[in-house]
Write a protein that binds this ligand. Structure first.
Ligand SMILES: [Zn+2]
Ligand SMILES: [Zn+2]
Length: 324
């Protein structure tokens, strides 16, 4: 006779994901209800999410060795503080400058065609799907063109995934992402309130997708970009990296057939590609502009144990020629 046993560890694993998302949204809604300005709500709620993620990473790590900083630790911090802001703000400035007449025309309440009669949560879902359409194609383009891969490959050099390195990459990488997602969202005519909540959710899910937290998200893997889904995108296995281009939602991956998250296989623990990347922070900024990608500069050390599991042979490749 089959016995039924309760595994407390498994219960925690399955509860953490929904709890994480509910708490992150609550931070935003509570601050919003307290009447703070939009910027304060955005930044304070984002800081609360970062603190929560870091605490959970230490309490419930997916891979204990990833809690230990590696040789890229200071570059990860520098990238999170400087590269992301530089890239995103350059694009935001350009996008607002170019599309400002449209925003002035329809104001903060959105364009006349935006479905304001829908409940606010549904408007946010709609805004998020539009926003992700831009992200999906910019990310896919960075994997499938030589020029795009020059700027995106740094993010795939990561050998561990933690919320800190969600912001690890080249400034042009972040500029391209912002250029696409903001353009689509603004031209959709979304009201300012929808844009603000979409941006906050985007940041929160970005921290979650890179988090080193041992959580099983179940059906939520098909709703938001979870750590389980995004680890496959960073897998050392070449074909797996050509899947899951969504950064916050798997929606467009499901639509275009690039979603990959097998139910019966644990997410990979060996990550990163073998391509050359210089180890220095500013050398990493310069490398994509250099002929032969600055091969003579001191490089980030390679992986100690390259993984070649049988699963890699079963993953269909959706197209594209760059390593991942
Ligand atoms: Zn990628
Ligand atoms: Zn990533």
């Amino acid at each position: 006779m089959k016995t039924f046993s309760i595994n407390p560890k498994e219960i925690v694993r399955r509860t953490l994901g929904p709890l994480y998302l509910t708490t992150a949204i609550s931070f935003f809604l509570i601050l919003h209800a307290m009447g703070y300005s939009k910027l304060v709500v955005y930044y304070v709620a984002s800081i609360c999410v970062i603190v929560m993620t870091v605490l959970l990473e230490f309490a419930f790590p997916y891979e204990k060795t990833w809690c230990k900083p590696d040789d890229q630790f200071f570059n990860e911090i520098g990238s999170m503080l400087v590269s992301t802001n530089l890239g995103h703000n350059l694009s935001r400035t350009a996008v607002y400058f170019l599309i400002a007449p449209a925003i002035v025309f329809w104001g903060s309440d959105g364009a006349p065609w935006w479905p304001t009669a829908l409940p606010f949560p549904l408007q946010v879902v709609l805004g998020f799907i539009v926003w992700e359409f831009g992200i999906y194609w910019s990310h896919r383009m960075m994997h499938t063109t030589e020029l795009g891969w020059r700027f995106h490959s740094l993010h795939h050099k990561l050998r561990r995934l933690t919320c800190l390195n969600s912001g690890y990459g080249h400034p042009v990488n972040f500029a391209l992402t912002s250029l696409f997602d903001l353009t689509f969202l603004i031209l959709s005519g979304a009201p300012a309130k929808v844009m603000l909540f979409t941006s906050f959710l985007s940041g929160a899910v970005n921290f979650l997708s890179h988090a080193n937290i041992d959580m099983k998200m179940g059906f939520l893997n098909y709703v938001v970009n979870t750590p389980e889904v995004h680890r496959w995108h960073h897998a050392a296995e070449r074909a797996a990296g050509k899947r899951n281009f969504g950064m916050q939602l798997p929606f467009w991956d499901l639509v275009f057939g690039t979603f990959y998250c097998p139910k019966d296989t644990a997410a990979p623990r060996v990550l990163g590609h073998d391509g050359h990347q210089p180890a220095g922070f500013f050398a990493q900024w310069l490398a994509p502009f250099m002929p032969k990608r600055a091969m003579r500069w001191a490089a980030i050390p390679g992986r100690a144990t390259p993984l070649r599991s049988p699963a890699s042979a079963q993953i269909g490749e959706p197209g594209g020629s760059m390593d991942a």
